[in-house]
Ligand binder design. Structure first.
Ligand SMILES: Cc1cc2nc3c(=O)[nH]c(=O)nc-3n(C[C@H](O)[C@H](O)[C@H](O)COP(=O)(O)OP(=O)(O)OC[C@H]3O[C@@H](n4cnc5c(N)ncnc54)[C@H](O)[C@@H]3O)c2cc1C
Length: 317
């Protein structure tokens, strides 16, 4: 079922969902299940599974370093299918522009259709770790809006090179990313919002936000998004802070601001167990306010560990 249909069906009741990351290559899927199991009692209508970009690894051979390209966390679509069938829950694979040609994306979408996945999250992806800026993959898309167009075309039976009479058309519900604090590369929030509108005009059905720690940023974002005529659900993405290192890491990686009050609470902690508890408490307060404001879904970034998300869900759902 489509994410947007889950939202319609809930008739204003805020839903619970979360995002997971595939295990590292060679690791067992069981750890993922062990972290999903405790969250299923909160009845998530859908679970997102991220896709990671390829990266360079250096392998020593005859005293020389050989550079190879690899994907450290493959298996997004397989994991989506496995979870869907194990738990009878909708899963949303993240589909990236970066690292994929349009043809590879078409094959991936065809797989998703055969596997009965009704939703996809269309993303550009970040630059590879050795690159300063995102560079489109040869034969791939430059922006998420182009990817949305490709998915939308497939929904009408238009493949990349053929328009075909098809027996069953996919009918993917398409999610895209939104940035309450602006995407790092956008010259201004206004320009970024214009780009977001292009994604929705191209066919995106809902928006999931980047993590934020101050709800005022989300509320202001929702107002601005509506002002420019975007009328699709805007799902807040939230993450409980979990380690002291996150104070530097989260702003650096996700280009987001942390509130002073949260920073000082984390700085007072003697160890990461205490930080994890501060993160849970902050996230519960955020969730309560978002729930009261009628957010359609509270979407938690679990980063593969569910103990803190479970505590939050227990307090909220
Ligand atoms: C909810 C969520 C989930 C995510 N999941 C993943 C994941 O699984 N894997 C992963 O690698 N990354 C993921 N990301 C990170 C995402 O890939 C990066 O933030 C990436 O840098 C931008 O992706 P996007 O889809 O927002 O790109 P776009 O919407 O394409 O925007 C990228 C930048 O280009 C600008 N832009 C857009 N269109 C144009 C245009 N026509 N001309 C000029 N500028 C333009 C935008 O303003 C923005 O600055 C996720 C992010 C979010 C918020």
């Amino acid at each position: 079922m489509k994410v947007t249909d889950h939202i319609k069906k809930s008739k204003g009741k805020t839903l619970f969902s979360f995002e997971i990351i595939p295990p590292k290559k060679g690791k067992n899927i069981q750890e993922l299940y062990d972290n999903i199991d405790p969250l299923m009692e909160f009845k998530p209508p859908f679970i997102d599974v991220t896709t990671s970009r390829e990266e360079y690894v250096y392998i020593e051979k005859d005293g020389l370093l050989d550079r190879k390209i690899t994907r450290m966390r493959p298996g997004t679509v397989g994991i989506c299918a496995a979870i869907k069938h194990k738990y009878d829950v909708d899963t949303v694979p993240h589909v990236l522009c970066g690292g994929f040609t349009k043809e590879e994306t078409e094959y991936l979408l065809v797989d998703c259709h055969y596997l009965g996945l009704d939703n996809v999250m269309a993303l550009r992806g970040d630059a590879m770790s050795h690159q300063k800026y995102f560079q489109p993959t040869k034969g791939g898309h430059s922006y998420a809006s182009n990817l949305v167009e490709q998915i939308k075309n497939l929904n009408t039976g238009k493949f990349l090179h053929e328009v075909m009479e098809v027996d069953t058309k996919p009918n993917f519900c398409i999610g895209v990313a939104g940035y309450p604090e602006k995407h790092i590369e956008a010259p201004s929030l206004k320009t970024d919002l214009k780009r977001l509108k292009e994604k929705v005009d191209a066919g995106a059905d809902y928006i999931v936000t980047q993590m934020f720690f101050n709800n005022a940023d989300y509320f202001a974002f929702v107002d601005k998004v509506k002002e420019i005529g975007i009328d699709v659900p805007i799902i807040p993405g939230i993450k409980p802070i979990a380690t002291k290192q996150h104070l530097q890491l989260l702003p650096q990686v996700f280009k987001i601001d942390l509130p002073e009050e949260l920073i000082s609470e984390v700085e007072k902690c003697k160890n990461n167990a205490e930080v994890r508890q501060v993160g849970v408490e902050w996230c519960i307060e955020q969730s309560k306010e978002l729930l009261k404001a009628g957010a359609p879904v509270l979407h938690y970034y679990s980063m593969g560990k569910s103990d803190n998300i479970k505590k939050i869900a227990e307090a909220i759902f």
